[in-house]
Design a protein around this ligand. Structure first.
Ligand SMILES: NC(=O)c1ccc[n+]([C@@H]2O[C@H](COP(=O)([O-])OP(=O)(O)OC[C@H]3O[C@@H](n4cnc5c(N)ncnc54)[C@H](OP(=O)(O)O)[C@@H]3O)[C@@H](O)[C@H]2O)c1
Length: 255
């Protein structure tokens, strides 16, 4: 595998683990760490090299809520690499509503949706022209097990303190379905370039800053589903599906 792969929020947690694990197994690819600051990206590269990564590593600065930063990064990648093969939309937040005040409710929903849904739509839209220049373009959204309505309505999860977060991941899954449908339905001149395959995944409950390190999985295990998707043959996994890697195997997650 020799691809140009961009991972958002790659300086720590699951994003870092996605780069670490994929780069170990596919060292001929180029990994672009998208981080909120150049320094955080460079520090992550130092760490990755200490961990034995020999693949080519690069940094772009993106705050996913800031369109100008996304466009600037896209221009830089276009100039340097000419295309993008894989975009992993990993950056995300979960914030707790500070009080029961209505203003706090609106703030928690709007901030979470802006980051976990709208910004993913924006990042993807800005990078789509570069992805279409790849012969095998893939977009992977990092969602959550709580996005599965079937699992949420069963006994899989206790009540959550981060309601806006769970709902934002359901919306992210719906975004994946719509993005794939739009992609499959392109006609005429719009059909130029390769078809992009979209996936949404759940990493499982991982030990990261995100949950105060209370998760049960190592982030490297959480990253495995993305690594497998990155290394899969084109078409091995149905485009537009929701996937996880659990009990040693890839499998579809019920919507
Ligand atoms: N941990 C879990 O158990 C779990 C479970 C299910 C799903 N997930 C999902 O996995 C993804 C990664 O989570 P994690 O556990 O690795 O969390 P994390 O350790 O908190 O890392 C989050 C990453 O996202 C970046 N980020 C946040 N807001 C950003 C923004 N506006 N622009 C650019 N980057 C931004 C952070 O950058 P800074 O360092 O600059 O803050 C950081 O690199 C999230 O989408 C989360 O919803 C996690």
């Amino acid at each position: 595998m020799s691809s140009i792969i961009l991972v958002t929020g790659a300086n720590r947690g699951i994003g870092f683990a996605i780069v670490q694990s994929t780069a170990l197994r596919a060292p001929n690819s180029i990994y672009i760490l998208s981080c909120r600051s150049q320094g955080a990206g460079e520090d992550a590269i130092v760490e990755l090299k200490k961990l034995g990564i020999t693949a080519s590593l690069d940094v772009v600065v993106i705050d996913v809520t800031d369109d100008a930063s996304i466009i600037e990064a896209k221009d830089a990648i276009e100039k340097k690499y000419g295309k993008l093969d894989m975009l992993v939309n990993n950056a995300g937040i979960a914030i707790l509503q500070k009080t029961t005040e209505l203003a706090d409710l609106r703030d928690s929903f709007n901030t979470t949706f802006n980051e976990n849904v709208t910004s993913i739509a924006a990042v993807t839209s800005i990078f789509l022209p570069l992805l279409r220049l790849s012969s095998d373009p893939r977009v992977i959204h990092v969602s959550s097990g709580r996005a599965s309505i079937q699992r949420s309505t069963g006994d899989n999860f206790p009540p959550t303190a981060a309601v806006a977060y769970s709902i934002s991941k359901v919306a992210l899954n719906a975004l994946t379905i719509e993005q794939q449908k739009v992609e499959n339905g392109r006609t005429g001149n719009e059909r130029d370039g390769s078809r992009v395959d979209f996936y949404t995944i759940t990493p499982g409950h991982c030990k990261t800053a995100f949950n105060g390190y209370r998760g049960t999985k190592d982030p490297l295990d959480g990253a495995e589903v993305v690594v497998r998707l990155a290394m899969a043959r084109r078409g091995e996994w149905k485009a537009g599906s929701f996937l996880e890697f659990e009990d040693g195997a890839m499998r579809e997650v019920p919507w």
